[in-house]
Write a protein that binds this ligand. Structure first.
Ligand SMILES: O=P(O)(O)OC[C@@]1(O)O[C@H](CO)[C@@H](O)[C@@H]1O
Length: 389
């Protein structure tokens, strides 16, 4: 049996830690932002009050008996964790369950005024319609053919910084003046897995909507136009999650935003529209995409699908935590070791917004610590492209 590294799972109960601040401060802030963004009725306000009490000073409550995914969540850990403090279970689990409970509070899954209404949609649309998006799309007209691929890869990478949940309580953090730096860059290996005249399938496991999903789609369109992939599968979330995570509705909004834009952006939008129409580009939603678990625990059907891909690109910070395991790894732990479980070649494109990190060389870690102590892990000003071929 090959060496399977391990390290302590990250919990949210360490005073002063980032995970604890997310549970104790960011989640109440998100409840407040959602409450203020909609004319919810008294019953929904009562449900949001109950969630606020539970997640700040109570325990993990079970899902209602009417919840269609109750058995699934029981199997994902709710049977074990119900009744325990949100702070004493894996941070990944309690954070993910918070968003499932938030949807319950606003009636997302129940027949009624809240059914199917994305509580984060106002924030997503404001970002998608923002002038910055126009500026980023206009910049496409100035790209030289030679640089387009790497520019779009970096657009997808740094698009991850525009994470609304990250900025809702870190105002301006996503636009920090600090010189952004790549702490690991396996871009060359990534491109070698998507060669010209490629006949493979790219799977892109998306993260955020809006100004991250648009660059992701541009990268996919470029790969089609350059003949580097024959098919692409875009995995998004089956329901709203982590504030800004993309759903099928967000994909349609983003494609329309491109088609309706001037210049090169519209051409990319037409490439995507055509690929979706003829089936070369498919949008997938798998229940496991909203699971509070590491990808090492993925179900067999998803494992089979990803095993057949020329490359799976895993976008964003949350997906990175799920890919490598949300543990206190030594930063120099080899990325290939912690991703040995993953079926097929995998690439992580991630802005660093939480503590977990692997695959750094010792000098890089030393330089980051000397310059920023441990702030480099969560500041959103560093990023990585890591590939396990
Ligand atoms: O996956 P994304 O959108 O890049 O980032 C999501 C995320 O960084 O936001 C939360 C608070 O920072 C983290 O717990 C989580 O990993």
């Amino acid at each position: 049996m090959p060496h399977a590294p391990s390290a302590p799972v990250i919990l949210g109960n360490e005073p002063g830690s980032f995970p604890r601040s997310v549970l104790a401060e960011r989640h109440p802030a998100i409840i407040r932002q959602v409450r203020e963004a909609f004319p919810y009725g008294p019953a929904t306000h009562r449900a949001l009050d109950a969630l606020l009490d539970s997640c700040t000073k109570g325990v993990i409550e079970p899902l209602p008996a009417t919840a269609g995914d109750r058995d699934r969540w029981e199997s994902w850990g709710l049977a074990e964790y119900a009744g325990r403090s949100w702070y004493d279970v894996p941070w990944l689990w309690s954070e993910s369950y918070f968003y499932r409970q938030l949807l319950d509070a606003v009636g997302y899954f129940e027949p009624g005024p809240g059914q199917g209404i994305d509580p984060f949609r106002p924030f997503k649309l404001a970002e998608l319609d923002a002038p910055e998006t126009d500026e980023e799309l206009a910049a496409l007209d100035g790209l030289s053919t030679r640089d387009t691929g790497q520019a779009l890869l970096h657009g997808s990478l740094w698009g991850n910084r525009a994470d609304l949940g990250f900025r809702l309580s870190d105002a301006g953090a996503g636009t920090a003046a600090a010189v952004p730096g790549l702490v690991a860059d396996d871009s060359d290996v990534l491109w070698s897995l998507l060669p010209p005249s490629g006949t493979g399938t790219l799977v892109l496991i998306a993260d955020n909507a809006g100004r991250e999903l648009v660059p992701d789609l541009l990268l996919i369109a470029h790969l089609f136009d350059g003949g580097r992939v024959e098919r692409a599968v875009l995995h998004v979330k089956p329901y709203p999650y982590y504030v800004s995570d993309a759903t099928p509705a967000d994909v349609l909004d983003a494609v329309r935003r491109l088609v309706d834009a001037p210049g090169a952006a519209a051409a990319y939008g037409r490439t995507l529209w055509s690929a979706m129409t003829d089936g070369r580009l498919t949008v997938r939603v798998h229940p496991f995409s909203c699971a509070p678990l590491p990808y090492a625990d993925m179900p067999d059907d998803l494992r089979r699908e990803l095993a057949g891909a020329a490359l799976t690109v895993v976008k964003g910070d949350l997906n990175y935590r799920r890919l490598v395991g949300d543990r206190r790894w030594p930063p120099t732990t080899p990325f290939a070791e912690v991703t040995a479980h993953f079926p097929g070649p995998v690439a992580a494109l991630r802005t660093l917004k939480s503590d977990v990190i692997t695959g750094l060389d010792a000098d890089t870690e030393a330089g980051l610590v000397a310059a920023e102590e441990q702030r480099w892990r969560t500041s959103g000003t560093h990023a990585l492209v890591q590939v396990r071929a």
